[in-house]
Ligand binder design. Structure first.
Ligand code: MN
Length: 249
């Protein structure tokens, strides 16, 4: 039985902080329901071992789109490790200027992972979709029937139409501080159903006050979300915990 957390960080790279064990301990002591995403299948086991006795940290098996081309060879390892976790991420597509060139490989990898998830069933996926939200949703439609997995779009930056399509497809959205700093990000979040919103840090990739954000440092995000969604801060915080419970139960 899962204990109710005090807060939710549904996309954090704990293993990219200098001390993974300390990062896990931070989540544990703050009672942060944390999704520890990984970027390569080779990184998964160490995360799983160190988080073994953790009550609040769950480890996701990932193959990041930025690494998809050079690490395609790890798909076999991915398949072998998949039965060890209910969580998959970070996966997805990135069609931004620096990664556009590898889109064909990214699509091959993403499609294969979605197909593996469809076969196993019951997985929860944390998905990157930079300049590719429509394409991500196309491949999900093609490869992962709705009753075979749940999707969380991490740091969503697509259009309003793509957001509507993602909502129709049953997606959740994990929202971070950097996303809410831009007016466009706040506009998108304001149009999402409040029961699909989760918080994330995407640590350590977001800077706050001159250093990387800490795991579980979601309080400022909750405060901005409350303002954007026009609810009390405490209600927003509770809503996110309830959304997390609905997602994982
Ligand atoms: Mn990330």
């Amino acid at each position: 039985m899962t204990r109710v957390p005090d807060q939710v960080d549904f996309h954090c790279h704990l293993d990219l902080y200098p001390d993974l064990a300390a990062a896990i301990a931070t989540c544990e002591s703050a009672r942060t329901a944390t999704l520890a995403v990984t970027t390569t299948p080779k990184a998964f086991r160490r995360n799983l071992q160190l988080a073994q006795s953790s009550e609040f940290v769950r480890v996701a098996l990932g193959l990041h789109p930025h690494l998809a081309e050079e690490r395609q060879g790890e798909l076999l390892l991915f398949e072998a490790l998949l039965p060890e976790t209910r969580y998959v991420g970070e996966i997805g597509l990135d069609a931004g200027p620096r990664h556009y060139r590898s889109m064909p490989s990214q699509e091959v990898v993403f499609r294969k992972i979605l197909t593996m998830c469809a076969v196993s069933g019951g997985k929860i996926l944390s998905i990157h979709s930079v300049r590719a939200a429509g394409r991500v949703l196309d491949l999900v439609e093609e490869c992962l029937p709705r009753d075979r997995g749940k999707l969380v779009l991490h740091w969503f930056s697509g259009s309003s139409a793509e957001a509507r399509r993602a909502v129709q497809a049953g997606c959740y959205f994990s929202v971070n501080q950097a996303m809410l700093e831009k007016p466009r990000g706040r506009e998108i979040v304001a149009q999402l159903p409040i029961d699909r919103i989760l918080t994330e840090t995407d640590g350590p990739f977001i800077d706050v006050g001159g250093g990387p954000i800490a795991p579980g440092e979601v309080r400022p995000t909750i405060e901005t979300l409350a303002a954007v969604c026009e609810v009390e801060i405490a209600d927003m915080a509770n809503k996110i915990i309830r959304n997390w419970i609905n997602l994982v139960s």
